[in-house]
Ligand binder design. Structure first.
Ligand code: IPM
Ligand code: MG
Length: 376
């Protein structure tokens, strides 16, 4: 029987990962994350092949489009995709499907990774690095499940018509009941594996799509009797997120609300650079990316925070390769390194990107060594 991609065979894992470094700081954080991945895989005899491809501005320069066919084909055939970031000032004048971001959106859609999972966990050592009071953020451990392939990002009709004062620009928020159902199930299941609380976000007092969203999510609740479901309007929830974040467990939201709320949630942890994400669909395949952007002003200086990308690799190991053990080794290593003040400038530290990666790799090895020591 085929054990499937990434399955463990006698202590081995074989997987094919497509890596899309992208633009700005993307290549630097991806390199850092890959060096951690290589270290844990070497230590475990795991065989992971890395196939580097172009996306975003680099792809526009080389292929004339942000998502070349050869990149898309490679991603479709991969067990998992690791992405850095796309975009930058050199390509900001481009419009519509020629934009860097359009390449990323098309990739998400083509891979059908409809559930974007964004964990937000406040590290006790960093509660004084945010603009919020430590007693507010302390203990925060929440996950945002953002719908990723529908809503205003993709809805038709969209576009511009007319000229002058009569010019009209139009985006459409469109959701089918099926699209809502499948992402809500991911969120319910996640809540089941955590503290059993799910908050569904909408703007049902105004938007028709939100009314359908609320109906579909409510109808699912009886299937998950161990989850307590509440509904909150996005505007008041935006306040609650910074007022009492430690009371929040799992949040599910449509694409645009989830995009905005997850950047807001980044304030809780101290830096956007810390947060990873996993975009998942119906299969084990996933697209993994830090939630930060290409940060052009930081690019090429070796100072960008790689923790978000490193933690994205941990999510990749857990979800697509079923190697929870290796994911835990990396996550524990990140915890230790942060406690030991291995921090980049965004968190008030002086460590370089590579120094963070080296420290995490060393600590992850120690963790794996301790594990095999305990097992023998
Ligand atoms: C994100 C980003 C993207 C989005 C951009 C780069 C298109 O902000 O992943 O949150 O809006 O989804
Ligand atoms: Mg965003």
């Amino acid at each position: 029987m085929d054990a499937g991609p990434g399955a463990r065979r006698g202590g081995l894992v074989k997987a094919n990962i497509v890596v899309l470094p992208g633009d700005g700081v993307g290549p630097e954080v991806v390199n850092a994350a890959l060096s951690v991945l290589a270290t844990v895989c070497d230590a475990d005899d795991a065989q992971v092949s890395i196939d580097v491809r172009c996306i975003g501005g680099r792809a526009i320069d080389e292929f004339g489009m942000p998502l070349p066919d050869e990149t898309l084909d490679a991603c479709k055939a991969a067990d998992a995709v690791l992405l850095g970031a796309v975009g930058g000032p050199a390509w900001d004048h481009l419009r519509g499907e020629h934009r860097c971001e359009a390449g990323l959106l098309r990739l998400r859609r083509e891979l059908d990774v409809f559930a974007n999972v964004r964990p937000v966990k406040v590290h006790p050592h960093l509660t004084d690095r945010t603009s919020l009071r430590p007693e507010v953020t302390r203990g925060t451990d929440l996950v945002i499940v953002r719908e990723l392939t529908g809503g205003a990002y993709f809805g038709q009709p969209r576009g511009r018509t007319g000229t002058g004062p009569d010019e009209i620009a139009r985006d459409s928020i469109v959701y089918s009941a099926g699209e809502i159902d499948r992402v809500a199930r991911v969120a319910f299941e996640l809540a089941q594996s955590r503290r059993g609380q799910l908050i569904s976000i909408d703007k049902a007092n105004v938007l028709i799509t939100s009314q359908l969203w609320r109906e579909v999510v409510t109808a699912l609740a009886p299937e998950y009797p161990d989850v307590s479901l509440t509904h909150e309007l996005v505007d008041s929830f935006a306040m609650r997120l910074v007022r009492e974040p430690a009371t929040i467990d799992v949040v599910v939201a449509e694409n645009l609300f989830g995009d905005i709320l997850s950047d807001e949630a980044a304030v809780l942890v101290g830096s956007l650079g810390l947060l990873p994400s996993a975009s998942l669909g119906a299969s084990d395949q996933g697209l993994y990316e830090p939630i930060h952007g290409s940060a052009p002003s930081l690019a090429g200086r070796g100072v960008v925070n790689p923790y978000g990308a490193i933690l994205s690799v941990a999510m990749l190991l857990r979800h697509s390769l079923h190697r929870d053990d290796l994911a835990v080794a990396i996550e524990s290593a990140v915890d230790v390194c942060i406690t030991e003040d291995v921090l980049t400038a965004d968190l008030g530290g002086a460590a370089s990107t590579d120094a963070v990666a080296d420290a995490v790799a060393r600590e992850a090895l120690r963790h794996l060594g301790a594990r095999s020591g305990a097992a023998s």
